[in-house]
Design a protein around this ligand. Structure first.
Ligand SMILES: Nc1ncnc2c1ncn2[C@@H]1O[C@H](COP(=O)(O)OP(=O)(O)OP(=O)(O)O)[C@@H](O)[C@H]1O
Ligand SMILES: Nc1ccn([C@@H]2O[C@H](COP(=O)(O)O)[C@@H](O)[C@H]2O)c(=O)n1
Length: 227
């Protein structure tokens, strides 16, 4: 018997472009699974901090990455458990994002985390967001989007998001962190942030979240939407 193909929609782009917000809603609308691949790199950053690991010691980073037991519970928000501990609250900080982006540049780390990401591909379908979903992890994805926005807009959104969570931040610091993370993510040698050739380019700088969602959903034929 022939296996039924599992459709995959990838959404790649830089930090704060709206990938997570859009992907979560699109996955819900389609009735598909959702992979927030950044949360895997962020979880590693937290595991490294818990073990007070040396970020220059690649062997130590790899053994911590291999031992990570990650569990996801999808409620209204995504709950992430690392070795049984709920780490959701620590995932979103800029420090976690910055450490994640430092270790994400290590090719062996990406190799160790590759299968964990591929395992999310299950029926009836998958929406995957990250930096290399359409280029490396799911190069054969049926639908691909590259979602971006100006650095200033992304910093403004991230600033609002963190302030709403009660995290006191400085807009200048956020802007410079976003710019240096963009640079690190784009310039690393392995799986850099890049638009897949066959991806739809969306600049959300002047778009509402609903408009972005509508454009992404328009890629997927109705017959693939779980009723
Ligand atoms: N088109 C938009 N208009 C206004 N606000 C937006 C838009 N898209 C996203 N946002 C807001 O920007 C913030 C960042 O969005 P989100 O976390 O989805 O970005 P991201 O691309 O997943 O970032 P990261 O890669 O760092 O996880 C959120 O508060 C979200 O509500
Ligand atoms: N596919 C991916 C996803 C993420 N990263 C790295 O993790 C950092 C945090 O990701 P967020 O999406 O949660 O902000 C990000 O800056 C990347 O360095 C990655 O390399 N590949």
């Amino acid at each position: 018997m022939m296996a039924i193909p599992i459709p995959v929609l990838t959404i790649d782009g830089p930090s704060g472009a709206g990938k997570g917000t859009v992907s979560r809603i699109v996955a819900k609308e389609l009735g598909w699974h959702y992979l927030d691949s950044g949360s895997i790199y962020r979880s590693l950053a937290i595991a490294l901090s818990q073990k007070e690991a040396d970020l220059a010691n690649v062997d130590q980073i790899l053994s911590i990455a291999q031992a990570m037991d990650l569990a996801y519970e999808c409620d209204d928000e995504l709950i992430v458990k690392l070795n049984g501990e709920d780490i959701t609250a620590q995932l979103g900080t800029e420090t976690t994002g910055n450490v994640a982006s430092i270790v994400a540049a290590i090719p062996e780390v990406r190799q160790v985390l590759l299968q964990k990401q591929k395992d999310f591909k299950k029926p009836p379908g998958l929406v995957a967001d990250g930096r290399d979903m359409g280029t490396v992890v799911f190069p054969d994805a049926d639908f691909k989007v590259f979602l971006t926005a100006s650095a200033a807009k992304r910093a403004e959104r991230r600033y609002k998001q963190l302030m709403e969570k009660g995290i006191d931040v400085n807009i200048h610091q956020i802007t410079s962190e976003i710019e240096s993370r963009d640079c690190r993510d784009k310039e690393r040698l392995t799986a850099p942030l890049a638009q897949a050739e066959d991806a739809l380019f969306i600049d959300s700088s002047a778009m509402t979240i609903d408009a972005v969602i509508a454009q992404v959903l328009s890629l997927v034929p109705q017959r693939l939407v779980r009723q």
